[in-house]
Ligand binder design. Structure first.
Ligand SMILES: Cc1cc2nc3c(=O)[nH]c(=O)nc-3n(C[C@H](O)[C@H](O)[C@H](O)COP(=O)(O)OP(=O)(O)OC[C@H]3O[C@@H](n4cnc5c(N)ncnc54)[C@H](O)[C@@H]3O)c2cc1C
Length: 371
């Protein structure tokens, strides 16, 4: 009997460290809840801590705590951010300074202008995540319900219901897919990794890549370096490059940068390989290309991960304020799920999703009002 009790206590302990990191009770009411532990969620928790909110009043929810999609799928992808930008991001948050991390030390050994593989920023974020999980109330779970009632938010997960004064949704997005009946599609997440893409293609393949952003052109670049018979890039928008203006400020912030920008400028636009063509994407061009290809990769952007409706109303997510990220009273959307928009002086609208360009102004304003 004693043995069974020991086994049961051990199992309860393991369950406890698995689901709630601080290993205490989940409070019934917190000040701030951050849903999502991708890069944006990590930054949001750091900003809330920096603004003086007590860690035991911060609830942080994620089913994995492994730096979101970037941590799970894009570690080996060449990033478009520079070491200088990542260091600025880490140094911009006081709470990150508490973390002892060999991965952060490693970042400082790289050349500031280098645009490294995303692993270079994922590893520091993972160390920060593990530290924050011991500090705030971190719940390894999925948010399944969100309602606003009597002036506070009620957040449901599979295992708990918690009231919160403020909610930050940093819940991420997944790649869009296109309908291409009968033609094998290579998932964009797998195509972004060259080694994984190599396992999907054969020398006789004719591959259509749809899209003209960073992901699409990185995949086209990978394909030109692999052995495939033909590559067709279906694009809708011209290639746009980011142009640095002065430190930290860039023209066309969402434009191509890093390794992909260099390749597009020096190879794709001036001397593309003979097996690569670029075709303007119309419904007819799409049909023709699909009828002639053997594989298709859709890299046309991301769509928000599904969220529980707020008080039964989905339209609040669609109508969030594009300049501040405000979804509803004291409810903020941040990161790739709720990209903020910026209009450049020529009137072009950009979505700001790169880490250096994320804006938390509305959150910080609310934190200052709260104190
Ligand atoms: C190929 C590629 C290269 C990129 N390169 C760069 C780069 O070099 N530099 C740069 O700055 N940016 C880059 N980006 C953009 C950047 O990676 C993304 O904008 C960023 O990773 C998105 O982070 P996020 O935290 O908003 O979302 P995600 O990383 O998607 O994280 C969302 C998290 O929320 C969790 N979640 C979702 N729903 C729930 C729920 N209901 N309950 C609880 N948790 C939930 C998920 O499990 C996940 O952990 C790149 C993106 C891609 C695709």
């Amino acid at each position: 009997m004693k043995k069974i009790n020991i086994v049961l206590s051990l199992a309860a302990f393991v369950l406890c460290i698995n689901s709630v990191s601080r290993c205490g009770e989940i409070p019934s009411h917190v000040s701030w809840t951050v849903v999502g532990a991708g890069p944006t969620g990590i930054l949001a928790v750091g900003i809330i801590l920096d603004n003086g909110v007590s860690p035991d009043k911060i609830l942080w929810i994620d089913p994995d705590f492994s730096v979101g999609r970037m941590g799970k799928l894009y570690q080996e992808v060449p990033g478009n951010g520079t070491v200088r930008q990542y260091i600025a991001l880490l140094e911009g948050c006081k709470a990150f300074g508490e973390v002892k991390s060999p991965a952060i030390d490693q970042l400082y050994t790289l050349h500031p202008d280098q645009a490294p593989l995303l692993k270079a920023i994922v590893d520091p974020f993972l160390d920060i995540t593990n530290y924050f999980r011991t500090k705030v109330v971190a719940l390894k779970d999925q948010m399944t319900g969100l309602t606003f009632h009597n002036d506070f938010w009620s957040i449901q997960t599979n295992t708990a219901t918690v009231k919160s004064d403020y909610v930050v949704l940093a819940t991420g997005a997944h790649p869009r897919i296109v309908r291409a009946d009968g033609i094998p599609q290579i998932p964009v997440d797998e195509a972004l990794d060259k080694a994984s893409l190599a396992s999907h293609v054969k020398p006789e393949d004719k591959v259509v890549v749809i899209g003209s952003g960073h992901s699409a052109l990185l995949i086209v670049k990978h394909l030109t370096e692999l052995s495939v018979s033909q590559i067709v890039n279906l694009y809708k928008k011209p290639i746009v490059y980011q142009v640095p203006m002065r430190r930290g400020i860039a023209w066309q912030e969402a434009g191509l940068k890093g390794e992909v920008a260099t390749w597009a400028k020096t190879v794709l636009e001036v001397n593309p390989p003979a097996n690569l063509t670029r075709v303007y994407n119309t419904p007819e061009a799409l049909q023709t290309c699909l009828s002639q290809c053997t594989k298709v990769i859709c890299a046309t952007g991301f769509e928000r991960n599904e969220l529980p409706s707020i008080n039964g109303d989905d339209s609040l997510y669609l109508n969030y304020d594009r300049s501040s990220g405000i979804i509803a009273p004291r409810c903020f959307g941040v990161g790739i799920a709720f990209p903020q928009q910026k209009t450049d002086p020529l009137g072009n609208v950009e979505h700001l999703v790169g880490l250096p360009y994320l804006r938390f102004d509305a959150l910080i304003e609310a934190l200052n009002e709260d104190l």
